[in-house]
Design a protein around this ligand. Structure first.
Ligand code: AMP
Length: 285
């Protein structure tokens, strides 16, 4: 695996790979890799000649009071994990390499941002779309791999790829969980042990809501029950617990459409997110 810090170097290397007929699968991350990230590398490995992973904690997608400084980082460990998982290139640029003094142009997302994380983290998805536009242009992948853990991100990236005409296939990959159901996240290491014990109830709550909706309860009623469950099982602050259509992220009008049930809970140092997507052709509610 080659580790590259410079944009021009990576471009030169990947241009040569493409000239040799290799297709590129791209896995963008912020590092502190876990099995969720590795599953994206494994998927990319199956479908492409070359796998590029980027590790970049993107300042543009963090708000002023968010955890940019506390975000866990460990590049030596990440290098070993990415190599073992089968990545060919690890792109690890500095903030200065990506943005210079400061960006002069950024991307603004207009749809699918007025709810969930878009509502709680103003500007977050603009930062995501800006860095991805740059990374897509630098790397020129045939396919890009994103985890459904960040389902709103997947929905927004779908819009970015479509609207900016990137010739890239978006591949959404299932959520990897701890044995007790907690969604894997780099941020989990910043939970206290009490918070870690409580955090299991986020996924349990989402699964209960899914079960209730699957057995005919209306999404509103199921969410109300779920909210009660979450309140009584965690001291974390519920930022949101919502059911919306997916990937449109609009209020549910047709009970047969795909639904996302998503939650965000704020703990002392960490805000955790999780979701389940319910797809059925059966009438509900
Ligand atoms: P991050 O490093 O948190 O920005 O995540 C990089 C990519 O890994 C994103 O596409 C995430 O959705 C994905 N990812 C993070 N956690 C998980 C997980 N538990 N299961 C599957 N994919 C994940």
């Amino acid at each position: 695996m080659k580790i590259v810090n410079r944009i021009d170097e990576l471009r030169t290397m990947l241009t040569e790979e493409k000239a040799n007929g290799k297709t590129i699968g791209f896995v963008p991350t912020m590092g502190y890799l876990h099995e969720g990230h590795l599953s994206l590398i494994h998927e990319a490995r199956k479908e492409n000649g070359i796998v590029v992973i980027s590790i970049f904690v993107n300042p543009l997608q963090f708000g002023p009071d968010e955890d940019f400084d506390q975000y866990p980082r460990n590049i030596e460990r990440d290098e070993a994990l990415a190599r073992e998982a089968g990545a060919d290139y690890l792109f690890y640029p500095t903030v200065a390499e990506m943005y210079g003094e400061r960006p002069t142009v950024t991307v603004k997302v207009h749809e699918r941002t007025d709810c969930l994380c878009g509502k709680s983290r103003p500007g977050h998805f603009d930062g995501v779309a800006t860095v991805l536009t740059k990374l897509f242009n630098i790397i020129g992948p045939a396919r890009a791999y994103f985890g459904l853990k960040d389902a709103q991100q997947v929905a927004i990236v779908e819009g970015l790829i479509h609207d900016f005409n990137f010739p890239i296939e978006l591949v959404g990959v299932e959520i990897k969980r701890e044995e007790d159901g907690l969604a894997l996240s780099s941020r989990n290491v910043n939970l206290t042990s009490d918070e870690r014990a409580e955090a299991v109830h986020i996924s349990r709550c989402l699964f209960k809501i899914k079960e209730a909706i699957d057995s005919g309860m209306t999404p509103e009623a199921a969410i109300a029950e779920g909210r009660g469950y979450l309140h009584s099982h965690t001291a974390g602050t519920i930022d949101y617990l919502e059911a919306l259509s997916y990937p449109e992220l609009k209020p549910i009008t047709d009970v047969r459409e795909a639904i996302i049930v998503a939650a965000a809970v704020q703990y002392s140092k960490v805000r955790l997110i999780d979701n389940v997507i319910i797809k059925t052709e059966q009438p509900r509610g």
